[in-house]
Design a protein around this ligand. Structure first.
Ligand code: MRU
Length: 368
């Protein structure tokens, strides 16, 4: 993805080979600032405080976090401690466990001295695979958008509603849920995106809007409550969201508020698709509502909001009465029955176990 005309990833190894650099997403859209992760603590903090966020990027950062830990101490104990510390940073996105398991399993049989170089290779592999997976999702989703375009008069815009940020900033380089949107835009199909602001952290308003603007994709930011109204008026052709964990049976866990959009889409006969990179599938789970751990974040994310003041400084202000408590569940589960289909790097399938296993036949049940 280009930022100010320069190809940029969301995370990359530092030039001096001793650290990892990231885009600090807490500073967007008002400032483009990078941060340096030089230690395991830095990596864990970056995930927890959401300097990096989005399921695939969380997983990739955790893999690099293991490398940072092993540079200091490559022993079994240090590996296990780093694994446990990173695993508890954010509970919902299964990509975190997927990346940590993948690295740890390959490192365990190695002599400690060989682990540093190998963990670096594995972290690079995970990042490069993420790019390839998301290219596949872009290609598969583009066909869906083409099919909708074919039902419209030439030149009439296709309105796509998206939630949170499942774009480039949620992964290493190529976008996920929004990958088909960029692919359609680049192919000359007239797409327009309704960007849910996505309270409380406003990843839509601050991140998705910034990305789409950078790429020149027409879009409009809306409050989270506007989606149903737009659907009733015929102003939404397609809902496209990402996922932090999709069960083997097709239940989609994503940013809080996704479920309400799926309900409104069903009531209005609008297709509702989730883009699901294979590392976001949890083959061990069959009932998303009961089994997926939902992250609960700080009350201050609800009671306060931050933004840029007229003088250019960024400030946080309180929205609620001082003594009103707040609750902040960060994700919800959309049952498979409300999901029209899943867009994976291997193609589009029904949100069912048969659909997913048809595309990923080698996944045994109960595998981690
Ligand atoms: O809390 P966040 O910002 O990490 O949540 C991100 C989302 O919910 C995205 O939609 C999700 O990670 C999908 S990205 C492929």
């Amino acid at each position: 993805m280009n930022v100010n005309g320069r190809p940029t990833r969301t995370l990359w190894p530092s030039a001096d080979g001793t650290a990892v650099e990231i885009i600090d997403q807490t500073r967007l859209p008002h400032a483009f600032v990078t941060a340096r992760l030089a230690t395991l603590d830095d990596a864990a903090h970056a995930i927890r405080a959401m300097l990096v966020r989005g399921a695939p990027l969380i997983g990739a950062t955790a893999a690099w976090g293991l490398w940072l830990a092993l540079r200091v101490d490559p022993s079994n104990d240090a590996l296990d401690r780093a694994y446990a510390m990173l695993l508890e940073t954010r509970p919902t996105a299964v990509n975190l466990r997927w990346a940590l398991d993948r690295v740890r399993t390959q490192l365990q049989p190695l002599a400690p001295a060989a682990r540093v170089a190998r963990s670096r290779q594995l972290a690079i592999e995970i990042c490069d695979e993420d790019v390839a997976i998301n290219r596949g999702i872009g290609a598969a989703g583009l066909e869906l958008i083409r099919a909708i375009a074919a039902q419209k008069k030439p030149g009439v815009r296709i309105n796509i509603l998206t939630h949170c940020n499942a774009g480039w900033l949620a992964m290493i380089d190529v976008v996920t849920a929004t990958a088909p949107i960029y692919a359609a835009h680049d192919a000359g199909i007239p797409v327009h995106v309704w960007v849910d602001e996505t309270r409380p952290r406003n990843q839509g308003a601050s991140l998705t809007a910034w990305e789409l603007l950078n790429h020149g994709v027409p879009h409009t930011v809306i409050v989270d409550n506007a989606g149903g109204h737009l659907m009733q008026r015929g102003d939404v052709d397609l809902c496209l969201v990402g996922t932090d964990r999709t069960t083997a049976t097709g239940d989609v866990c994503n940013k809080i508020g996704t479920y309400l959009k799926a309900l409104a889409a069903r009531d209005n006969g609008i297709p509702f698709y989730a883009a699901v990179p294979s590392p976001s599938i949890d083959w061990t789970m069959r009932d998303g509502l009961r089994e997926i751990p939902i992250e609960h974040r700080a009350e201050t994310e609800v009671t306060h909001i931050s933004g840029r003041l007229a003088d250019g400084t960024v400030a946080s202000v309180r929205l609620t009465p001082d003594k009103s408590p707040a609750a902040n569940p960060a994700f919800d589960v959309t049952p498979a029955r409300l999901v029209t289909g899943l867009i994976t790097e291997r193609g589009v399938c029904a949100a069912t176990e048969a659909g997913l296993r048809g595309l990923f036949p080698s996944q045994g049940s109960g595998q981690r």
